[in-house]
Design a protein around this ligand. Sequence first.
Ligand code: GLA
Length: 365
Amino acid sequence: MPQDAQILQAQALFQTTFGHAPSAQAYAPGRVNLMGEHTDYNGGVVFPMPLALGTAVALSFGGPAGMIQARSADFPETVKRPLGDTAKDCWTDYLIGTLQVFFEGHPPTEGLQITVATDLPVGSGLSSSAALEVALLRAMCQLTGRNLTPVEIAIMARKAENTYVGMPCGIMDQYSVSVGTPGSALFLDTRQLTSEPVALPDSHNFVIIHSGLSHRLSEGGYEKRVTECTAACAALEVEFLGDLSPADLHRITALPDPLNRRARHIITENDRVYRAIDALKSSDLGRFAALMTESHQSQSADYAVSLPEIDALVTGAIAAGADGARLTGGGFGGSIVAFVEKSRVASFTQKITQGFPNARVLAVT
Ligand code: GLA
């Protein structure tokens, strides 16, 4: 749905829920990651692209003091919670966590009324939570007149995930949806917090396919990978695995399994980001496509964040005419991204839909 239509939907929902128009409204996109999975919390580089799917938030001060009243177009009921509440595994945790970071211990005396409309499926690996946090922060800046840069917004949104929601994520999602523009891919250095746009080839599309398996159920797996990387860093005496290059791969043989495989994925995946961007800049699309598929194999065999159904979808995508394909996002379900020549996209999509009844093409970009 176009951004304007999404905002209109959040505004209309606000009017019907609260009986008056909202004072502020904003939108933020989701993202697909093209290369560099799990490298962001390892001080590495990533290559995400904001999408034309996203989330709109409409809001106003109002309602009972010290409370939020929040309604999503996806659920019938309005949730009412204290602004100072602790996380309780509800979609509104993302709102409360982000607002607590925004107010920095000085909450307003008024209440807040909020509505949300999105076309990003939750658990699809396309950053629905980052889109919600960033859209909320943009709307809060409008409402309060506070000025925050896109990078400051990304840092706040990540802080809400890390400290309130309890998701030890890196900054890729929040940075790419706050700083980037839909359809334009970003080479992002998560250590320096710098990025540059990278042109994508006109000959191909990226086709994003939801496996039908939501990744929400296995969030513990992500946390476990973060802990394993920290243990590998301690054993190798480095601050971040992203500090190592393929020339250091001999060092990981000293690590016990699976830490050796986890480290190998991060080191090779980080290097694949540089190589993928180099391949695109020199118009070597065959090399770029091969790197995508190599990235999937590394995520599956070494990092163990794929699932048999996702592996089958990647193999099926290549059989259906994609030049390369890989799991995108945090894994344990979610989506794959396939690199498909434009002339083959229609037949590709048809073959995937026929061969994988649970899978859904979410975007062609
Ligand atoms: C999730 C996290 C990101 C990143 C990816 C994996 O999307 O939010 O920070 O770690 O997984 O690359």
